[in-house]
Design a protein around this ligand. Sequence first.
Ligand SMILES: NC(=O)c1ccc[n+]([C@@H]2O[C@H](COP(=O)([O-])OP(=O)(O)OC[C@H]3O[C@@H](n4cnc5c(N)ncnc54)[C@H](OP(=O)(O)O)[C@@H]3O)[C@@H](O)[C@H]2O)c1
Length: 242
Amino acid sequence: MPPNATGTSPLLAGRVIAVTGASKGIGWALVQALAAAGATVIGGARNVTGLEVRGATFLPLDVTDEASVNAFAGAAIQTGVDSLVNNAGVGSFVPVQDITPQEYHRVMDTNVLGTLLVTRALIGHFQARYVGGQTSSLVNITSDVSARTFANGALYTASKYAQRAITQALAHEGHSYGLRVTEIRPGKVDTYFGGSVQGEPHKAAWLRPEDVAQAALYALGAPSHARIDEILLHPTTQDVAF
Ligand SMILES: NC(=O)c1ccc[n+]([C@@H]2O[C@H](COP(=O)([O-])OP(=O)(O)OC[C@H]3O[C@@H](n4cnc5c(N)ncnc54)[C@H](OP(=O)(O)O)[C@@H]3O)[C@@H](O)[C@H]2O)c1
């Protein structure tokens, strides 16, 4: 639905939406877009020092740490959260022979366990909302490589395949308690991903974080009777990869 004259969106204004990985890249763009649409945003990341967006509250969050997740989720529930975007993620691109247990845990604990912990911490709340007659939404930012892989991509794509499986299983479970689940699968996005810097010249033709944020807004802002199962988006110049 288009924004109204104030710039807010009728289906997002007044909503309360939690976003993980909110400090940079896609998450940061999403916080700004949601707040501009009139939503209240609770953004979490490990480093939230100095972050300010009108309409958003930033809380420290390490998605790999259960106590940190539960504190974040508790604050979100107290604010009346109705939607969650699992966006926090890290990359790793080395040959199989170079994957150490430490690197395995860094990637899998962030991308897979993190998604599980944050989701799990809010499911009871979403179920209670349904008993009260309200639906909820959950968006997982996975990747276009949640269903294909490539050399040096074993660990990262394993984590994204796993996120896709979790997303789809949760969709099967969640429809019975009014939870709309969406997987967003971006191709290359110009962010700080993998230790890169946003705005580097070789990334000029890539998606912008704002493009992915708009996809999430579309899913979150769909009318409550409609569920967007999956969005796959690529830069125009990236080879098509379904
Ligand atoms: N960039 C791409 O080309 C691309 C393509 C497809 C999918 N994706 C996915 O998009 C998501 C966002 O990535 P991005 O490109 O925006 O990368 P980014 O610019 O590096 O941002 C990653 C965000 O995740 C947060 N984060 C990392 N580890 C965390 C942890 N343990 N707990 C809480 N927050 C954590 C970071 O904040 P702190 O460091 O402060 O914690 C940061 O806010 C990821 O899931 C990624 O896999 C990216």
